[in-house]
Design a protein around this ligand. Sequence first.
Ligand SMILES: Nc1nc2c(ncn2[C@@H]2O[C@H](COP(=O)(O)OP(=O)(O)OP(=O)(O)O)[C@@H](O)[C@H]2O)c(=O)[nH]1
Ligand SMILES: [Mg+2]
Length: 391
Amino acid sequence: MTTKPSSTSSNANVDINNINLAGLSIAEGIRDSPVCIIVLGMAGSGKTTFTRSLIEHAQAQFNPYVVNLDPACREVPYAAHIDIRDTVNYREVMKQYQLGPNGGIVTALNMFTTKMPKFAELVRRAGERGHKWCIIDTPGQIEVFTWSASGSIITEGLATMFPTIVVYVMDVVRSSCPTTFMSNMLYACSILYKTRLPFLIALNKIDLKDCSFVQEWMTDFEVFQDALEEEHSYVNNLTRTMSLTLDTFYENLITCGVSAKTGIGFATLMTHILDCVTEYNRDYKPVYEKMRLQRIAEQETTPQPVDNVDEAGTAVPMGLDISDPKTNSENSVYLMAPSLVPVQMDADEELETDAKSKAEEQNFQSFVQSHLTAQQNKRDKQQRDQQAQNP
Ligand SMILES: Nc1nc2c(ncn2[C@@H]2O[C@H](COP(=O)(O)OP(=O)(O)OP(=O)(O)O)[C@@H](O)[C@H]2O)c(=O)[nH]1
Ligand SMILES: [Mg+2]
């Protein structure tokens, strides 16, 4: 296995199947670095743009290691050290398992998670090479990461090995409606309780709208009620009750206004991130340490998987013609630096997409043409009929 020192432009030349896990042991305890920063947020809230800005601001001091876990994005505006798209081909997964886009993303993430120990080992090595932060961009569909088994495995797995925090990116423009704000807050609250990690809310897009109204809504219940009164919606009563319930959640919440596009607010955000790391070390680390010890105990007592699968029960045919992707096929799971990915696959995909859109365009044109011809024929016929009636 070969490795190159990584930077944003040169990536480690790693095949995940050849990674030796000898260096990674949960028996060792939680390491000090890298600090894992998991970026979450609703679709379009600006997670990817935020990740790019955070990398730029943290580069000199924290030399971030960057991970993209969104299998469905077309492009990312940063150089990722690990990119799930190089590991699992999301379109192929959809085709092979006959899934829709969301099922495809969940399955792609599940396939990636089967390599979690090796992923964690890469993060550990990054820490040893001087990457003090590891920034993780997540899929657009927030529920895919927060409520899937793989999301929990990745989050908990990282938190039992490295200091880990969550940054929840919230779009202030879209949250200016009190009901949308409340939905966003409920999501944030559920993630906070689910992940049990230090939590920071980045109020994003403040270049478009000042975020002080959000901070006011969180601290002054009456101001939020007034805003709610102005919005005539069937869910007002529910929102009012929810806002009372969320009061305790707001109390301990750290928020920070930023613009991922212009970079405003990132200096303050970075100090908040460092506070969250202190909080992890003080309050959360002991809990995850306990969890780690429990896991070690479980590993010692859990019986090993049965060698002979027949002894584990009888397979029930599902009635679907679904086959596992062949190993070593284009679709097999592996982890590779982005620079090593065969460009061929993307080019093929692009050709296929181009051919499809060309065919669609031609279909549309011929549809329009036949419609125009039919109309012309109708007009000609009407003219002929009129001429026949009034010669
Ligand atoms: N004006 C402004 N636009 C922003 C800001 N951050 C993100 N955007 C824009 O918001 C849109 C969505 O940004 P992304 O970074 O792709 O958001 P995302 O959350 O990663 O999106 P998904 O991964 O698809 O859920 C893009 O058009 C960005 O240019 C910001 O701070 N200000
Ligand atoms: Mg994104």
